[in-house]
Structures are given as structure tokens and as C-alpha cells.
Design a protein around this ligand. Structure first.
Ligand SMILES: *[C@@H]1O[C@H](CO)[C@@H](O)[C@H](O)[C@H]1NC(C)=O
Ligand SMILES: *[C@@H]1O[C@H](CO)[C@@H](O)[C@H](O)[C@H]1NC(C)=O
Ligand SMILES: *[C@@H]1O[C@H](CO)[C@@H](O)[C@H](O)[C@H]1NC(C)=O
Ligand SMILES: *[C@@H]1O[C@H](CO)[C@@H](O)[C@H](O)[C@H]1NC(C)=O
Ligand SMILES: *[C@@H]1O[C@H](CO)[C@@H](O)[C@H](O)[C@H]1NC(C)=O
Length: 181
């Protein structure tokens, strides 16, 4: 019984260490996921590869929501904004910006995916990004000026949505390869 309790305490404290070890790791993880997702989508711009874009976007959303709820479950001690986290946050936000841009490009190309699921997946991504940014700011974990980056990415997601907003699924001709717009 005692052994059980000790194990239990060990497991719990390991979990707590994991949670603590930490918001930065989570932000780095999401950055990696968002970037590789964007790379996958970017590679598809060149051809007719089938992708489930809404599913890909939703996976990034889920990672952000997971990091957010982990972080919010540990608000007992006030955060202290520091450069390390701010940088990790900027990198994460930039990777989501890159993701939004590639999803927008894919939306402008002829695609056989339905628009609606992608539009909705982007809506959820937008909510998750702003919620995570809001929560980190309110906990003083990131510096206030990070809000601007969050808003820039939010606008990019709105632009991406506009590329998937048509009622018809096939938005006309292929985008010029030099992606002038
Ligand atoms: C929350 O963070 C504090 C320090 O910031 C740490 O001591 C504590 O173990 C953490 N708790 C959890 C559940 O992560
Ligand atoms: C596009 O496809 C061509 C030929 O398959 C390949 O050489 C080129 O690297 C591709 N470009 C991108 C951006 O994937
Ligand atoms: C995309 O993935 C989601 C979740 O895995 C699935 O529900 C949906 O049917 C898929 N869409 C297509 C067109 O395969
Ligand atoms: C910044 O804060 C994180 C999380 O509280 C901590 O792990 C890290 O060591 C801090 N970095 C600096 C440079 O203070
Ligand atoms: C944000 O503000 C901090 C000081 O509060 C400053 O050190 C940092 O360079 C600023 N970052 C940006 C991107 O303006």
C-alpha cells in the first residue's frame, strides 16, 4: 500500500514536472507541428496531391488547445515573462502564420476538397490561437507586445478562410505558379 502511494506520488510529481517542463516545450512542439504541416501543404501546391486539409489544420488546433489547457491548469504561481518564452511564442505564432498562408494558397488552387470543413477548421484554429495568446498574456507568461504578432496571424487566418469560403468546391483556374498575389 505504501509502495503504491509512493509510486502514485512519484507519477503525479513526474506529471507536474512534465507540465512545468513546460509551456516553452509545448510552444516549440506546436511550432514543429505547424511548420511540418505547412510544408506538407506547400509541397501539394505543386501538384494535385490529395490532402485532407481540414484534418491537418485540426491537428494543429488540437495541439494548441492542449498546450493552453495544460498551461491554464497550472496558474497557481504567477508567470514571469521572459525572453526565452517570448521567442518560443514568436516562433510558434510565425509557424501558424506560415500555415495560414499555405492553406490560403491551396484554397486558391483547384481542389477537390469541400470548402466548408476547411473553413470551419480555420475558424477553430483562429479561436485556439487567440485563446492561447490571451491566456499566456493574462498570465504574464508572454510580453504584452506579443499581442501584435498574434493579431497578425489572426488576420492571415481570416484571409485563408476567404480562399475557402465559396459555395462551390472548385474555385476556378489554377493559380499562376509564381504566386504573384
Ligand atoms: C506550476 O508551476 C510552478 C512554478 O511556476 C511549479 O512549482 C508547479 O509544480 C507547477 N504545477 C504544475 C501542475 O505544473
Ligand atoms: C514541383 O515539382 C517539380 C517536378 O515534380 C519539382 O522538381 C519541384 O521541386 C517541385 N516544387 C516544389 C515547390 O515542390
Ligand atoms: C478528413 O478527416 C476527417 C477527420 O479524420 C474526416 O472526418 C473526414 O471525413 C476527412 N475528409 C475527407 C474528405 O476525407
Ligand atoms: C523563462 O521562463 C521559463 C518558464 O517559467 C523558464 O523555464 C526559463 O528558464 C526562463 N528563462 C529565463 C532566461 O529566465
Ligand atoms: C517587447 O517588449 C520587450 C520589453 O517589454 C522588449 O524587450 C522586446 O524586444 C519587445 N519585442 C518586440 C518584438 O517588440
Amino acid at each position: 500500500m505504501q509502495l503504491f502511494l509512493i509510486n502514485f506520488i512519484l507519477i503525479i510529481s513526474t506529471l507536474f514536472c512534465f507540465v512545468r517542463a513546460d509551456a516553452i516545450t509545448d510552444a516549440i512542439h506546436i511550432k514543429g507541428l505547424a511548420s511540418s504541416t505547412a510544408d506538407t501543404i506547400f509541397a501539394s501546391l505543386n501538384g494535385t496531391a490529395y490532402l485532407n486539409t481540414s484534418d491537418l489544420v485540426s491537428q494543429v488546433t488540437a495541439a494548441i488547445q492542449g498546450a493552453d489547457s495544460l498551461m491554464m491548469s497550472n496558474i497557481s504561481s504567477p508567470g514571469v515573462a521572459n525572453i526565452t518564452f517570448n521567442e518560443a511564442y514568436f516562433n510558434y505564432v510565425d509557424s501558424v502564420l506560415y500555415l495560414a498562408d499555405t492553406v490560403q494558397r491551396r484554397g486558391r488552387l483547384f481542389h477537390s476538397e469541400l470548402n466548408q470543413p476547411v473553413y470551419q477548421a480555420l475558424q477553430s484554429l483562429s479561436s485556439a490561437v487567440s485563446m492561447y495568446g490571451h491566456d499566456l498574456t493574462s498570465q504574464n507568461i508572454i510580453q504584452r507586445n506579443s499581442t501584435i504578432r498574434t493579431l497578425t496571424t489572426g488576420s492571415a487566418i481570416v484571409r485563408a478562410q476567404s480562399a475557402w469560403a465559396n459555395n462551390q468546391n472548385y474555385p476556378g483556374k489554377r493559380e499562376a505558379l509564381e504566386w504573384t498575389s
